[in-house]
Write a protein that binds this ligand. Structure first.
Ligand SMILES: *Cc1c(COP(=O)(O)O)cnc(C)c1O
Length: 441
């Protein structure tokens, strides 16, 4: 009889992990003040001083920008909105291609699409999942207008070669920083190396406002264009001489005073919350045994991960235990986080495969029934979304295991349980090999 929980044994831990909840008295006080003021949002969608929002929004923007060493912060209601506004601000449009990575959240690729530009997928580095400069270079055509990079899983992209390519070809660079608040690359704050950076403040991120996002940039013109797209550009530009009208079709992407007030409190906590993730990962890696078939990537110098997830690669051919069975066995040993009970224990396979495998790209169906923008008459290219275009992304995704059991709410005893569970399962791979055979018979 095996003592693995998956096979009927006692789990290492049934008690829920402490909630990742860093909303405290400070946030409650700040929100109460906003509610008592009666002004929950101060925006006007017209050319007026209030076009830029109320006092909390503007203070939040300044404070986030200061944290990043950026000239401008522009608050928005999500990272998705921020990506969208940045794509518009960069001026991408029909006929343009924007190079993006395939391993990321879908909004990274839909942001240029909204403006009828075509996303072109470049391959990733096989260990960090970050976009690979050599592959980016390979994807450049006369239509290329911009590059969107994603610091994925918390790993900073190798920015120097990306910026070199961008400068050579006169391309804009947008950094999707959703998973790297306070992150740096060779000492430089992420989000400020490219032309624009966007951070997410959704509930799942390192720091959050429930939903929210913030754009940073050192470029006055781009900052203003992002603010215009955030707030009904089309009805404001008439009163603003000198604005380039391209993509000045606005939205309502505005953050409320309530979220901004929460965000100002979260800024103060961000450096510590990220540092504790790093400490927790170092502790876990020290407590893990040497697992057969597993490689845990080391972070490169100057590119410390912010650990949105901690990842490792698993070779099932070497162990003879399929990855889904191993992951089920690990999950069975541990409990979910409090407040997230119904999501289960988040030991996973990364991001659900390369984005180009989504039906939208496979069928080239986005706007209308005329395959716009993929077969748009303004687009002379023939973008390829077939399986195999990004072999590293496909191969690495097929072997990765990710988990989030290093959040700052975990104490040493909790981390000890995580290590105990991994060590227990990897010491009993024989039991799982047997389990597979039984099931097949
Ligand atoms: C979370 C995330 C997004 C989307 O952020 P929202 O604030 O939910 O819109 C986009 N890109 C990446 C890499 C993310 O992790």
């Amino acid at each position: 009889m095996s003592d693995l929980a998956l096979l009927g044994g006692r789990p290492v831990r049934t008690k829920l992990f402490p909630a990742h909840n860093f909303i405290g008295a400070e946030e409650q006080d700040a929100v109460r003040k906003v509610l008592e003021s009666g002004v929950l949002s101060k925006y006007l969608g017209a050319w007026h001083p209030h076009f830029y929002g109320g006092p909390e929004v503007r203070a939040f923007e300044d404070e986030w920008a200061e944290m990043c060493g950026a000239k401008h912060g522009v608050a928005v209601n999500s990272n998705t909105s921020g990506l969208l506004a940045c794509a518009g601000a960069m001026g991408v449009g029909p006929g343009d291609e924007v190079i993006v990575p395939p391993i990321t959240m879908s909004a990274t690729a839909t942001a240029p699409l909204i403006f009828n530009a075509v996303p072109v997928f470049a391959d990733v580095d096989p260990t960090t999942f970050c976009i690979d400069a050599a592959s980016v270079r390979d994807r450049i055509t006369p239509r290329t207008k911009a590059i969107i990079v994603v610091h994925i899983l918390g790993n900073p992209v190798d920015m120097d070669p990306i910026m070199e390519i961008a400068n050579e070809h006169g391309l804009m660079v947008l950094e999707d920083c959703a998973q790297v608040p306070t992150g740096t690359y060779k000492g430089r704050p992420l989000g400020t190396i490219g032309n624009l950076g966007v951070f997410s403040l959704n509930y799942h991120k390192h720091v959050h406002t429930g939903e929210g996002g913030v754009v940073v940039t050192n470029d006055d013109d781009l900052a203003e264009r992002v603010r215009l797209i955030r707030n009904h550009a089309e009805s404001v530009v008439a009163g603003r001489p000198g604005i380039n009208l391209i993509n000045m079709v606005g939205f309502n992407l505005r953050m409320t005073e309530v979220e901004a007030a929460i965000g100002r409190c979260q800024i103060k906590k961000a450096p510590d919350l990220v540092r504790r993730r790093r400490e927790n990962v170092a502790y876990l890696e020290g407590a893990f045994d040497d697992f057969p078939g597993v490689t845990i990537p080391k972070t490169a110098p100057g590119r410390d991960s912010c650990y949105y997830f901690h990842h490792m690669f698993y070779d099932e051919d070497e162990t003879g235990v399929p990855r889904p069975l191993l992951v089920d066995a690990l999950r069975a040993e541990l409990a979910p986080y409090e407040l997230r009970e119904d999501e289960g224990t988040l030991i996973n396979y990364g991001y659900g495969g390369p984005l180009y495998m989504l039906p939208m790209f496979q069928t080239k169906t986005a706007f209308g029934d005329v395959s716009c923008p993929f077969r748009c008459p303004h687009y002379g290219g023939d973008v390829d979304y077939s399986a195999g275009i990004c072999p590293n992304a496909e191969r690495s995704h097929a072997t990765v295991i990710t988990h989030d059991l290093m959040k700052p709410s975990l104490a040493k005893e909790d981390l000890d349980d995580v290590a105990r569970a991994f060590n227990k399962v990897f010491a009993r791979l024989d039991d799982l090999r047997g389990y597979r055979r039984d099931n097949e018979d």
